[in-house]
Ligand binder design. Structure first.
Ligand SMILES: NC(=O)C1=CN([C@@H]2O[C@H](COP(=O)(O)OP(=O)(O)OC[C@H]3O[C@@H](n4cnc5c(N)ncnc54)[C@H](OP(=O)(O)O)[C@@H]3O)[C@@H](O)[C@H]2O)C=CC1
Ligand SMILES: CC(=O)C(=O)O
Ligand SMILES: [Mg+2]
Length: 431
């Protein structure tokens, strides 16, 4: 990372008040009467209401709009197992993005247990506090068991962002990029580098959207994951093992249409990219440094569509396009979970928005004079205030359609209008 970015990033985070968000009071608290309502004796009354009917917690507390971003720091971005304390800037960042883009309050919670039972016990014990749980930067394979177990045991949405947020945005990008190059999802050859939380979830969603398993090769640090490779295979990786003679990433990429990188910096070379099929899609999504930089791809492939996880290049494929908005929709209907149809609706709504005319506020945020659907614009920008309207309402609708909404929305048009004015106020945009 260059020195200027390093200095700027440290100054940004150290500016007072330190970190990236703070907690504020939402009710009047200036008079004796205010104190009597907010605290003793008045506070006892909503307590009694909630004790009599737990569903009232939503009406009298911040719980229904409060998400926990929880990590144990075992797979922080592409920095690896740097521990919970060092992960805090990332978790504060996620909290800030939840608030900035969807008005959702977050407590970031960094905890030390890495063992599955101990970590799950901590998270489960937090259910009374939160309306939703966003698991973050927990390494594979533990993250799979952790999420499955918590989903079974908790009656609020539990969502591992690195798995599903990433997969949803990746899917939206793939759908649009294939439309740009005129290829069909069922026919493209896909190579995924990385076989962790993000990569395996992307594979599952790609198959759910019609990708042919026979056309997919996954690689980890040892190379291609082929059937029979490991004497004691990891069962999550094994589910994606393929029948192929390819043994290395370089072998696998020959003639491939799509490269999905969810591994680590510099894992793919220009020479490998040069061997891919015409009009390839390169999604180098490792953070903060991608598997390959866009300029290195363009030097060898003028016909490639290139995306990264970063904010400073075109085509940012990053879960920030998903997690604020999927939780907004889920919280607003009191969803008990985030299920497959909700994820699908989310991916489709994100993809569709890339085809709408860009708004001036978005162009201004990027210092751009224009953006139009095509090789350098396959996804909407996170600052697009229409994301909260289209994505969150689609997710809410899918939750209602699948019977997981405990507070269904009666008037969807009014809900969309409220999201629109909320989005406009949060982004300072006119709409
Ligand atoms: N753009 C986005 O929105 C997102 C990007 N990411 C990025 O994806 C990466 C992985 O994150 P996550 O899945 O959470 O982490 P995990 O720790 O769960 O998985 C990492 C995987 O990457 C593999 N890997 C690492 N280096 C290489 C390499 N040089 N060649 C092949 N495979 C490699 C590991 O292989 P092995 O199993 O052999 O150890 C492992 O399978 C990170 O860089 C992260 O920043 C993650 C989420 C969202
Ligand atoms: C973006 C993100 O969640 C990650 O890189 O881990
Ligand atoms: Mg992450």
């Amino acid at each position: 990372m260059n020195d200027q970015l390093r200095q700027d990033a440290l100054a940004y985070h150290a500016a007072l008040p330190r970190g990236k968000f703070q907690i504020s009071v939402t009710k009047p608290m200036t008079t004796q009467r205010d104190l009597a309502l907010a605290y003793s004796p008045g506070v006892a009354i909503p307590c009694e209401e909630i004790a009599a009917d737990p569903g009232q917690a939503h009406a009298y507390t911040m719980r229904g709009n409060l998400v926990a971003v929880i990590t144990n720091g075992t797979a922080v971005l592409g920095l690896g197992n740097i521990g919970p304390l060092a992960s805090k800037p990332v978790m504060e960042g996620k909290a800030a993005l939840f608030k900035r883009f969807a008005g959702i309050d977050v407590f970031d919670i960094e905890v030390s247990p890495t063992e599955i039972d101990a970590f799950c016990n901590v998270v489960e014990a937090l259910e009374p506090t939160f309306g939703g749980i966003n698991l973050e930067d927990i390494k594979a394979p533990e993250c799979f068991e952790i999420e499955q177990r918590l989903r079974r045991r908790m009656a609020i949405p539990v969502f591992h962002d690195d798995q599903h947020g990433t997969a949803i945005v990746c899917m939206a990008a793939v759908l649009n990029a294939l439309e740009v190059v005129g290829k069909a999802i069922g026919e493209v050859r896909i190579v995924v580098n990385g076989a962790g939380a993000a990569a395996l979830a992307c594979l599952d969603l790609l198959v759910g959207f019609g990708a042919d398993k026979r056309n997919i090769v996954a690689c980890d640090r040892k190379g291609v994951i082929y059937k029979g490779r490991d004497a004691n295979p990891d069962r999550y990786k094994q589910a994606h093992a393929c029948n192929t003679g390819a043994r290395t990433l370089a072998d696998a990429l020959k003639g491939a249409d799509i490269f999905i990188g969810l591994s680590s910096a510099g894992a793919v070379t220009p020479e490998m990219i040069a061997t891919m099929a015409p009009r390839p899609l390169i999604m180098a999504m490792a953070n903060p440094e991608p598997e390959i930089r866009p300029e290195a791809v363009h030097a060898v492939r003028g016909d490639a569509i290139v995306a990264t996880g970063r904010s400073d290049y075109p085509n940012q494929v990053n879960n920030v396009l998903c997690f604020p908005f999927i939780f907004r929709g889920a919280l607003d209907v009191g969803a008990t979970e985030i299920n497959e149809p909700m994820k699908r609706a989310c991916a489709e709504a994100i993809a569709a928005l890339a085809k709408a005319q860009p708004l001036d506020c978005v162009l201004a945020a990027y210092g751009a004079s224009g953006m139009s659907f095509g090789p350098d614009y396959i996804l909407p920008k996170p600052f697009d205030p229409r994301l909260i309207v289209d994505v969150s309402s689609a997710v809410a609708q899918a939750a209602m359609d699948t019977g997981v909404a405990t507070r269904p929305i009666a008037d969807m048009a009014a809900y969309r209008a409220s999201l629109a004015s909320y989005g406009a106020s949060l982004t300072g945009a006119g709409g």
